[in-house]
Design a protein around this ligand. Sequence first.
Ligand SMILES: Cc1ncc(COP(=O)(O)O)c(C=O)c1O
Length: 301
Amino acid sequence: MADITRLVGNTPLLRVRLFESEFPRVEVYAKAEWFNPGGSVKDRAALSMIEDGERRGALTPEKTIIDSTSGNTGIAYALIGAAKGYRVKLVMPGNVSSERKALVTAYGAEIVYSDAGEGSDGAIRMVRELVTHEPDRYFYPDQYSNPANPLAHYNGTALEILEQTAGRITHFVAGLGTTGTFVGTSRRLKEHEASIRTIAVQPEDSFHGLEGLKHLPTAIVPQIWDSTLADEVWGCPTEAAYDLAREAARSEGLLLGHSSGAALWAVHRLAGTITEGVVVTVFPDSGDRYLSTGLYGRRAG
Ligand SMILES: Cc1ncc(COP(=O)(O)O)c(C=O)c1O
């Protein structure tokens, strides 16, 4: 019998047909990360960092897990913390979607709000202050600096992609938040086959509506970020990502979150530059987490 944490990873690889008529020789696949028990790709990183903390003895039963999170990592900490019996405290910008706040609360985690105007960087600053003030009380995984975050993808996501494509992948596309997904997956893929090209996607500018993604030039750059792994870094406009998310729901039955729309935007741009290929991307979470944001309230196109 497995506990819920054993269901993290091994997500399905979906065939995406959205661009097939325009680019018939480009095969597109996506890891459907909402199949993780917490509903997002962040279950992988959270479980990896928590179990690394347990192994190192940094996380012990009397400690509270604390971190800053725009939502999905928080849900993952809250779920895994509940399953393993740890208290969880999360610092989030005040404007994260109501679905996310409700989910975290349902798992029994405590939320501390940081200034919405300061975004995820404001949340990072606040959590650092809390930990500095009471270092013995907390286990602070620090997802932006913790090598166990990209390692979850190095040991998990990348190997799954190689197996699920039977090693046929030629291009990898992923959005940048903490950068863990992109860095860990790309590192393993390039070690396996140096010719695999990697494209990282960030919001086009600092004021954007792509929850979960970071505009690196204007953000605190995560320590785990490794620019040498990115053959390209592209900036995605918010509206283009929303349009593609809406189109995927209507034409493929795929209800995707904002950042999956950004991944699709980059896949489409890439497809226009290659004659053929096997492109794999990551859909970090599902659109049902964003219904209150109006993502699906408007008509496509
Ligand atoms: C919805 C969503 N998309 C993408 C990402 C980016 O993933 P990573 O932190 O591995 O770069 C995140 C991370 O929080 C996210 O919540």
